[in-house]
Every structure is written in structure tokens, then in C-alpha cells.
Design a protein around this ligand. Structure first.
Ligand code: GLN
Length: 183
């Protein structure tokens, strides 16, 4: 059976994630309903707008199925708004608290070169768009990268979260890091 990686496709940057996953050689499929979620082995939660995404999750009855999905240990990759979805104040899957728009609003979109453990070679060119950072986190959370002393990439159990947009930097190394956790 081929591994199928879902991309939460309620709102936000899901289409480009699908493209990047296909470039990595995996079968990507859109997840919009609990039924869709039951067919995937891993999940990407894309960037977008966390308030809208929260409403979509509620509308589709996806909150409990998403929590259950995380509990099964299947790999989950949350980027930007997706990272916010996983925190204590949203789905409550990760022992983190995100500060939304932490770097400021539109005007503070920026790029930064980041060294991320597990990614060899050149630093990753990280594109931040109205990005959050982790304002708080518990002992189970491993911080992978920071900007100005604020955590922007982290891992807890089967969850990888980053506050930037890896899908628009024209490379797949961050997706590959995530996919290494996918059997
Ligand atoms: N600022 C957005 C929010 O709070 C997240 C931005 C993003 O996903 N690029 O929902």
C-alpha cells in the first residue's frame, strides 16, 4: 500500500503543499472531512488564517478526529496557522502556546536563513508571513530553531511545527524532514 499524505484543505496554502509533497514522491490528497482524514497516514496543516481555519474545523466536525489522529502517532506537520491549530488554545494537541502575528502584521513579513537540525547543507531560506512564535512551551517540546530568541520550529512526539512557509521557498528539504517520520 502506498503511503498517503493528507493536506488539510479547508483554507490557506494547501495547494502548494500538495505540489511539494508530490515533488518528494509521495501521494498527496486533500483532507476536508473526517472521512478524508481516515484515509491518510500523515497530515500537513498549512499556513493560512487561524480564525478561519478554526471555523472550518468546527464546521466539518474535524476537531475530535484531528485530536484522535494525532494520538495515533501518525506524523503531523503544522506550518504557521497550522502550528497555531495544534497549540493549547486551539486543538490542544501540543504543549505550546502560540503568539499570533508575533513579528507584527503584513509589514513584518520577512525572510531569514535558518539552520534546522536534521537538514544538511545550506541553511533553509525561511519565509515568514504574519508569523507566530511559540510564546510558551512545556518540557516535552524540543525547539529546533529560533529567530531573535523566539522559537519558530519545534517538535513534540509525532508533531513537527514551524512558523514559516516552507512550501514557497522553492525547495523540499523541510517537507523531506517531515516525511522521514512517515513510514
Ligand atoms: N497570522 C495568521 C494567523 O494568525 C497566520 C499566518 C500564516 O499562516 N501565514 O492565523
Amino acid at each position: 500500500m502506498t503511503t498517503s499524505v493528507g493536506v488539510l484543505a479547508l483554507q490557506g496554502a494547501f495547494a502548494v503543499h500538495e505540489q511539494r509533497l508530490r515533488e518528494c514522491g509521495v501521494a498527496a490528497r486533500q483532507v476536508r472531512t473526517p472521512e478524508d482524514l481516515s484515509h491518510v497516514d500523515a497530515l500537513v496543516m498549512p499556513g493560512g488564517e487561524s480564525t478561519t481555519m478554526t471555523l472550518g474545523i468546527k464546521r466539518e466536525g474535524l476537531a475530535d478526529p484531528l485530536r484522535a489522529f494525532v494520538k495515533t502517532g501518525k506524523p503531523v506537520f503544522g506550518t504557521c496557522a497550522g502550528m497555531i491549530m495544534l497549540d493549547r488554545e486551539h486543538l490542544g494537541c501540543m504543549d505550546t502556546l502560540c503568539r499570533r502575528n508575533a513579528f507584527g502584521r503584513q509589514i513584518r513579513s520577512f525572510e531569514e536563513d535558518l539552520d534546522i537540525p536534521g537538514i544538511d547543507g545550506e541553511p533553509v531560506r525561511a519565509v515568514f508571513i504574519r508569523a507566530p512564535w511559540l510564546a510558551e512551551y512545556g518540557d516535552a517540546v524540543e525547539i529546533l530553531a529560533e529567530v531573535d530568541g523566539h522559537p519558530v520550529a519545534a517538535r513534540q512526539d509525532n508533531m513537527l511545527v514551524i512558523s514559516f512557509h516552507p512550501e514557497i521557498a522553492g525547495e523540499t528539504r523541510v517537507h523531506e524532514l517531515f516525511l522521514r517520520a512517515v513510514k
